[in-house]
Design a protein around this ligand. Structure first.
Ligand SMILES: Cc1cc2nc3c(=O)[nH]c(=O)nc-3n(C[C@H](O)[C@H](O)[C@H](O)COP(=O)(O)O)c2cc1C
Length: 322
């Protein structure tokens, strides 16, 4: 499939934007495992235009994670356009507009999923961003605000009219947050209603669920979020199934621990060991989830302070599971 001039393999999966999770270290790791496209954590358009240091850190995209999108959120067309121009300093391949985030901090200020309640403003924002930059612009939405106001088809048509290069649909309403199963039927209807590529998102966790999403929605690309937490290899599992109908099992504990250490060392390399190990605690918890005897390490995970501690824990878990 094509995003402007950028070619992405169609029967494949992208890494979803995930604030606080999908940072450069994680995106690079997922790309290594076969994610064919990645999206940055969402960045505040206001913060960017005010040259906030944190916003800039979030936008650091490396050569190991291409093609990559910078995702912005906000509710003012002018600020969104200005922030998209600011993003260009970080050389993204695509600008993605967040119109799906349910968090009160974002939606309460009129951004993210709140724009689903104001399709005219949403279209104005898309047009303003599109006119401001000369790289592809995409938008990520949910089905609608709640079950009584499902408007993803209208939003998709507006997106196409505004010149968006693709639309990502998370198959839930804002009200549903992350819980009930995704509505693949609605994603298919969105796909049928527009000519631009549609990226399907929600509940893809392995090769089988990826194939089911492709088949039932006829989407152009898949996007995986929570299914990759503590399991960046999910992309190789998806690719193996979609390309060769091979079901790759979960890696053995020794491999899971090796990848965990590699991932967390990368975070520390980019953010420093003190910040890195703190941010890494949640990742460590995901990596050891479900491993026999891992509960005993919960305390070690929540108080993780150094790579040395992490390596010792990984070693002990590996020994206990071989
Ligand atoms: C921790 C976390 C952070 C997220 N942050 C963002 C974000 O910054 N921008 C965005 O558009 N969606 C964000 N999402 C939503 C995901 O991109 C995705 O749409 C959602 O998790 C559903 O896909 P999944 O079932 O594969 O997880 C986030 C989700 C999670 C779990």
């Amino acid at each position: 499939m094509k995003l402007g001039n950028i070619e992405i393999e169609s029967r494949s999966a992208a890494l979803a934007p995930m604030a606080g999770v999908a940072d450069r270290a994680f995106r690079e790791l997922c790309a290594e495992y076969g994610a064919t496209y990645v999206v940055s954590e969402m960045v505040s358009s206001k913060g960017l235009t005010m040259c906030d240091r944190k916003s800039k850190e979030l936008l650091c995209l490396s050569d190991k994670e291409r093609p990559a999108a910078a995702q912005i959120f906000g509710s003012d067309p002018k600020t969104m356009a200005e922030s998209a121009i600011k993003c260009l300093e970080y050389n993204p391949d695509v600008i993605d507009i967040n119109m799906g985030c349910p968090a009160p901090k974002i939606a309460g200020n009129g951004g993210g999923s709140a724009l689903l309640r104001n399709p005219e403003l949403a279209e104005e924002i898309m047009k303003a961003v599109k006119d401001a930059v000369d790289i592809p612009v995409t938008v990520k939405i949910r089905l609608g605000w709640d079950k009584d106001s499902i408007n993803c088809i209208e939003m998709a048509q507006r997106a196409e009219r505004a010149g968006m290069s693709a639309i990502t649909v998370h198959g839930r309403t804002r009200q549903q947050m992350y819980a009930p199963p995704v509505d693949r039927e609605m994603i298919r209807k969105v796909k049928e209603s527009v000519g631009i590529p549609v990226i399907a998102n929600g509940d893809i966790v392995d090769g089988l669920s990826a194939a089911q999403m492709l088949e039932e929605t006829n989407c152009d690309l898949l996007m995986v979020g929570r299914g990759a937490l503590g399991r960046p290899w999910v992309f190789s599992q998806i690719n193996a199934y979609l390309n060769h109908e091979i079901i790759l099992p979960e890696p053995p504990v020794s491999e899971r621990m090796r990848v965990m250490v590699k991932h967390i060392k990368k975070i520390c390399e980019y953010k420093g060991e003190r910040v890195g190990t703190r941010e890494a605690r949640k990742h460590a918890a995901w990596y050891i989830k479900g491993i026999r005897g891992a509960a005993a390490y919960r305390q070690a995970v929540v108080s993780l302070e150094s790579i040395e501690q992490l390596e010792e824990m990984a070693y002990r878990i590996t020994i206990e599971n071989t």
